[in-house]
Design a protein around this ligand. Structure first.
Ligand SMILES: C[S@@+](CC[C@H](N)C(=O)[O-])C[C@H]1O[C@@H](n2cnc3c(N)ncnc32)[C@H](O)[C@@H]1O
Length: 246
């Protein structure tokens, strides 16, 4: 099981330290989302709604949140948001920059250390335990736990760039994730592309169109070797629905 998260996080750590010591936030450009959070949240909420859920406000959990730019955007969007992050430096920055949010310094893969639900939105955006390894032994119980912490109508969103879409390392297997966790209690799927939503102002009228346009978006970003996020979303549609191992 992968546990050396610092092997992946050392570059961002040195930039968190630079920002902590007075250098500009733009140092984080390659490590954290700094602009466009609102559009991304709108995109996630749209997918959740198209799958029969409704994540609009309520409680949000932002896993591997970095310095908390997205955690803060979620708070401004009306969520009571909590960020979980391995780096003490990044948590220190989050607490300093976004005092209205809650930050917890913890390893996302340590289920015991995560704050209890229920949550309306759980986000793992460019979160190394999903984005940098294909390790189902670790990922399966973690996903089952996260699903068990969703409120009815709430959604779990896992989003990152993948091999062929600008990344050279493996990541969680989206197909296996859907195969094992989509059941009568959880709807969703993907893989969805944010590219047309953000750049072409495309607003999907329904799931079928979202799926087709996403496939084109993903193809385009792969041909262009453009490093862009791909999203998988699982929505709780039945109260008390059991996850297969949670
Ligand atoms: C690429 S950054 C993404 C930050 C943020 N989610 C975003 O999209 O802007 C990955 C972050 O995950 C953190 N991280 C890596 N492994 C982690 C783990 N096991 N638990 C918590 N945070 C972790 C790193 O320290 C880093 O801040």
């Amino acid at each position: 099981m992968t546990q050396d998260w610092w092997g992946f996080a050392s570059k961002s750590e040195s930039e968190y330290r630079n920002v902590m010591h007075g250098q500009g936030m733009d140092r984080l450009r390659d490590h954290n989302i700094l602009i466009g959070c609102e559009e991304e949240i709108e995109f996630m909420e749209t997918i959740i709604a198209l799958h029969g859920g409704s994540a609009r406000g309520g409680r949000a959990l932002d896993l591997c949140c970095g310095a908390g730019t997205m955690t803060d955007a979620l708070q401004r969007r009306g969520y009571d948001s909590t960020g979980v992050e391995l780096s003490e430096t990044a948590v220190g920055l989050g607490l300093r920059l976004w005092p209205r949010c809650t930050f917890i310094q913890a390893d996302t893969t340590d289920i015991e250390a995560l704050p209890p639900g229920p949550f309306d939105l759980i986000l793992a955006r460019e979160a190394h335990p999903f984005s940098r390894v294909d390790d189902w032994k670790m990922q399966r119980p973690l996903i089952a736990h996260l699903l068990s912490q969703l409120r009815l109508g709430g959604g779990l969103v896992i989003a990152h760039a993948r091999v062929g879409g600008g990344m050279s390392t493996a990541s969680v297997n989206f197909q296996r994730m859907k195969r094992e966790f989509l059941n009568e209690g959880f709807r969703g799927g993907g893989v969805y592309s944010h590219f047309p939503f953000k750049h072409l102002r495309f607003r999907p009228p329904g799931l079928r169109t979202l799926g087709s346009v996403s496939r084109l978006g993903i193809l385009a970003q792969r041909i262009l070797r453009y490093r862009w996020l791909e999203f998988v979303v699982l929505v709780r549609v039945r109260a008390g629905a059991a996850t297969q191992c949670g």
